[in-house]
Ligand binder design. Structure first.
Ligand SMILES: [Zn+2]
Length: 150
């Protein structure tokens, strides 16, 4: 083990990603046996984020894709761009879903209280935030942006 900051949160994200990937593969194999077609819900998410609330130590997992959160916390609402800067909607991202859950779970929570680690589901590689998320999660501590030797 190294002592890179956020290593433990990255490990949690990777282990959750692996679990999700394996259960999606199992589901796919089951469907194939029964000759049923894959629906959107059977497809594995592309990204997975682990978010830790520094105040409580609680971990929140978010997976990209539908269903989207219906209501966004004010901390997200006030930061997000007016229009999505990417081909996908702002609410699609695993970071947003995990941060939204974390923020809604505690009164007076702030974006600055959160730590974020995001990985690509199928291979566990670290994932930099998209342009939307860089704005929307501004102030949070992010362990998986930029050149991290991993
Ligand atoms: Zn994003």
């Amino acid at each position: 083990m190294t002592d890179i900051q956020g290593d433990d949160l990255i490990e949690i994200a990777r282990s959750e990603a692996d679990k999700t990937d394996r259960s999606a593969k199992r589901r796919k194999a089951e469907l194939k046996l029964t000759g049923r077609k894959l629906s959107y819900e059977d497809m594995p998410p592309k990204m997975l984020s682990a978010v830790r609330d520094k105040i409580t130590g609680k971990i929140y997992i978010g997976k990209s894709g539908k269903p989207y959160p219906e209501k966004l916390h004010l901390e997200i609402e006030t930061r997000k761009p007016d229009k999505s800067l990417t081909p996908w909607p702002i609410r699609n991202c695993s970071e947003i879903k995990a941060c939204n859950n974390a923020l809604q779970s505690r009164k007076h929570s702030k974006m600055e209280d959160l730590e974020i680690a995001t990985v690509i589901l199928r291979n566990g590689k670290l994932k930099e935030r998209c342009e939307n998320c860089k704005m929307t999660t501004a102030g949070a501590t992010v362990f998986t942006d930029g050149d991290i030797p991993k």
